[in-house]
Design a protein around this ligand. Structure first.
Ligand SMILES: [Zn+2]
Length: 334
C-alpha cells in the first residue's frame, strides 16, 4: 500500500460526509437529500473564487460546536485517512470558530485531542500490518478584523497543549482584505513561546503576502503557489529552503490556477524548491491525497521518484519529533 503524508488539511473542510449525516440525525436536524448535501458541502466547476469556496464551510461549522461532535469528527477523519494510506497528518482548525454554543477555545482543543487520542488507542489494539497513522493538530488564527483577543488566546493555548496533541499554529481565512503583516504580533509571541507555525499566503493574494509571511518568520507557507509570479521571490524561497504546502485541486477550485496540466509543482521541485503535496479540504474539493497524486501523475507526468521527494520534503517540514521523522523516512524506503 502507498504511504502518504498530509501537512495541510483543514478539519472543517474535510469532515467525512457519512459523519455529517450521522451528526445531522443525532441533532434531529432535517436530513437533506444526498444531492442537496453534496451541493452544500462541495464545490463544483462553477466555483468562482476563494470566497465562494469558503461558503461550503457553513454546515460543517454548525456541526462543530459541541465536544462530542468535534471529537467524533476528528476520530472519523483519522479513520478515513488511515484507510487512504496516510502515515502522518497535521490537521488544522480554528478553535475560535467553534465557540458559538457553550464551548471555550480550550474545550474545543481538548475535544479534538480526545478524538485524536481515542484513535491512537484504538489503532494500537487493531493488530494490523498496516503502518500506524500518527497525527498532530495545528491551531489556526483567523484573519478577521476585530479578533485580537481570540487570536492571542489561541496562541497561548497552543503553548499549553504543545506536544500534547497540538504541534503548531497557522493563519487562515479569506486572503486579501487584511494583509498578513497585520497579524505579526501573534507570531512574534509564538516565536517567544517556541511554537512552530505555518502561514497561509500566495493563494488568493499574490507574492506580497508571501513576502509578509517570511517577514513574520514563517518557515512553511500554506499554498505559496503564486510565488511563480515573482522570480526573485521564488529564488529566495529556494535559497532559504522554505516549505510550500501545495494543494492542487483546491487551487483549481479557488481559481488561484486554472489549468491542472500546467500546475507548477514539478517545475518548482526541479528548481530545488521544498514543495509538498497536500489535500487542503477533502470534502469541499471532493478529493483526497491519493487522488491528488494520481491527478498530477496523469496530468503532469509526476514520477514515483518525484513523489518520493515530495514525501521526504514533508518529513523534513513536519512539526514532529526527530524519532517520528526517522520512522517516516524508514517507511518510504521500504
Ligand atoms: Zn488551507
Amino acid at each position: 500500500m502507498r504511504k502518504f503524508i498530509d501537512l495541510h488539511l483543514h478539519l472543517d473542510g474535510s469532515v467525512p460526509v457519512a459523519t455529517i449525516k450521522k451528526l445531522i440525525s443525532e441533532h434531529h436536524y432535517p436530513i437533506p437529500s444526498d444531492e442537496k448535501l453534496r451541493q452544500e458541502l462541495s464545490v463544483d466547476s462553477n466555483c468562482k473564487s476563494l470566497d465562494q469556496f469558503l461558503e461550503k464551510f457553513a454546515l460543517p461549522n454548525k456541526l462543530m460546536q459541541t465536544r462530542h461532535d468535534i471529537k467524533t469528527i476528528v476520530y472519523d477523519l483519522l479513520v478515513e485517512l488511515k484507510e487512504q494510506g496516510l502515515v502522518y497528518a497535521e490537521i488544522r482548525f480554528a478553535p475560535q470558530l467553534h465557540t458559538k454554543k457553550r464551548l471555550t477555545q480550550e474545550n474545543v482543543i481538548k475535544a479534538a485531542i480526545e478524538g485524536l487520542n481515542q484513535f491512537l488507542i484504538d489503532q494500537k489494539q487493531e493488530n494490523s500490518n498496516q503502518p500506524e497513522l500518527h497525527a498532530g493538530l495545528i491551531l489556526c488564527l483567523m484573519r478577521f478584523a476585530n479578533n485580537q483577543k481570540e487570536n492571542m488566546e489561541t496562541v497561548e493555548l497552543a503553548k499549553k497543549f504543545l506536544n500534547h496533541g497540538v504541534v503548531g499554529l497557522d493563519l487562515a481565512g479569506a486572503e486579501g482584505p487584511i494583509p498578513n503583516i497585520k497579524y505579526k504580533q501573534f507570531f512574534d509571541r509564538a516565536q517567544e513561546l517556541g511554537i512552530p507555525y505555518t502561514i497561509h499566503a500566495g493563494e488568493a493574494a499574490g507574492p506580497d503576502s508571501i513576502r509578509q509571511a517570511l517577514e513574520m518568520g514563517a518557515k512553511r507557507i500554506g499554498h505559496g503557489i503564486r510565488c511563480t509570479e515573482d522570480k526573485k521571490l521564488t529564488q529566495e524561497l529556494i535559497d532559504r529552503q522554505i516549505i510550500l504546502e501545495c494543494c492542487a485541486t483546491s487551487n483549481m477550485n479557488t481559481k488561484a490556477f486554472d489549468q491542472i496540466d500546467s500546475y507548477p509543482i514539478k517545475k518548482l521541485l526541479h528548481k530545488g524548491m521544498k514543495v509538498t503535496l497536500n489535500s487542503d479540504d477533502m470534502t469541499v474539493s471532493n478529493t483526497n491525497l491519493p487522488r491528488e497524486y494520481k491527478l498530477l501523475e496523469e496530468k503532469t507526468n509526476l514520477t514515483s521518484e518525484e513523489e518520493t521527494t515530495l514525501y521526504l520534503n514533508a518529513v523534513d517540514a513536519a512539526f514532529t519529533s526527530p524519532d517520528e521523522k526517522i520512522r517516516l523516512r524508514a517507511l518510504i524506503q521500504k
